[in-house]
Design a protein around this ligand. Structure first.
Ligand code: ZN
Ligand code: ZN
Length: 356
């Protein structure tokens, strides 16, 4: 990305974003670094946010976007050579107090490819990364290494979210945005953590229908409805199926104003709202309701690298199914894929494979 889309706040004039292919020299590796030949890099909503919506990157453009990366190590220390790996989307410093307290997924010195790892990102042929926290792929069966890239965010973020929520056997769960690139895995992951019921909320009827095959027990289509309509429909659903009207764990994965309004409106007695999605808008909410409900609102960011091997195992043994939600395309088509992902509702997450 040499230039993101932007709008002058005074004149209202729009500047077109630019993605360009450039040749850069192979960097000198630090002692703890390896060079990964990228097998695939997933196109995430966050990349679109950086390019189209004014979400700032830590490293200012020009930089290479992309943080859902799998690949093979081609340079660096001998014991890493030739290993296939998944690169965690956020890599903690492992030295600070936050890391020591077990919350390294939100370490302030963390490195994220395509954002804060210098100018390096996954939409490239190669990327230098710290070796410490790489997740090694040993026997990947009939999975392509490229498609396993989605583990490095889309599947691990839901794992961290469920762990952070303290999700346990028998819990009842709502996923707002259940059809999205991350939401579809939140539903599957919640089931893997033992959730008894998963209610999925989204707007696309085809994707909602698909969600019912992958973790979601009941679907609510929120298209054309406000948060009160959705809450009423949710209450009726609970009544009809003998489900409680308290204690629900609600994952908000859309990061949109309407999605967050729905999630806040569903929060009730001894419930928990887990904020997984990100957006720049603001919400109005009477926080005294949290007191009255004895409820929690928590945020969750990324995923600790230590959880990656577990998530990889869940994908390889198909506890979490990625194939119905993933497709690969040549990386040279990045402009078209960004356009398409930005303008339309794609059924599958695209993993770009270097073809240059
Ligand atoms: Zn992402
Ligand atoms: Zn740290």
């Amino acid at each position: 990305m040499t230039q993101p889309w932007s709008k002058d706040p005074k004149t209202g004039q729009t500047t077109t974003g630019k993605l360009e292919k450039v040749d850069s020299p192979v960097p000198t590796l630090q002692s703890n670094e390896v060079l990964v030949e990228v097998a695939g890099c997933g196109v995430c909503h966050t990349d679109l946010g950086y390019f189209y919506d004014g979400v700032p990157t830590v490293t200012k453009p020009p930089l290479t976007l992309g943080h859902e990366i799998s690949g093979r190590i081609v340079a660096g220390s001998q014991n890493w050579l030739d290993k296939e790996v998944i690169i965690p989307a956020v890599m903690p410093c492992n030295k600070c107090d936050i890391c020591a307290s077990g919350r390294g997924n939100r370490c302030l010195a963390q490195k994220m490819p395509g954002n804060s790892l210098g100018a390096y990102g996954g939409f490239a042929s190669h990327i230098p990364v710290p070796a410490d926290d790489l997740c090694v792929v040993k026997d990947r069966g009939n999975f392509q290494l490229a498609e396993l890239a989605v583990i490095a965010d889309a599947v691990t973020t839901p794992y961290q979210a469920c762990a952070r929520a303290g999700l346990k056997n028998g819990d009842n769960v709502v996923v707002v945005g259940v059809t999205g690139g991350v939401g579809s895995y939140v539903a599957q992951m919640a089931k893997a953590f033992g959730a008894k019921t998963v209610v999925g909320i989204a707007r696309d009827p085809d994707k909602l229908h698909r969600a019912l095959e992958y973790g979601t027990d009941y679907a609510i289509n929120s298209s054309g409805k406000n948060e009160n309509d959705v809450r009423n429909e949710f209450r009726e659903l609970c009544k009809a199926h003998g489900l409680p009207n308290y204690g629900w764990i609600i994952f908000e994965v859309t990061g949109t104003g309407p999605g967050q309004a729905i999630a806040l409106n569903l929060l009730s007695f001894v419930g928990k709202l887990v904020v997984v999605g990100f957006g720049l808008q603001k919400n109005e909410y009477s926080i005294s309701r949290l007191m009255a409900f004895d409820a929690d609102v928590i945020g969750t960011w990324g995923c600790l690298p230590k959880y990656y091997p577990k998530v990889l195992e869940m994908v390889l043994n198909e506890t979490i199914k990625i194939k119905p939600f993933t497709e690969t395309r040549p990386m040279s088509k990045i402009r078209e894929v960004f356009e398409e992902a930005h303008a339309t509702k794609m059924m599958k997450r695209v993993v770009l494979k270097p073809d240059f």
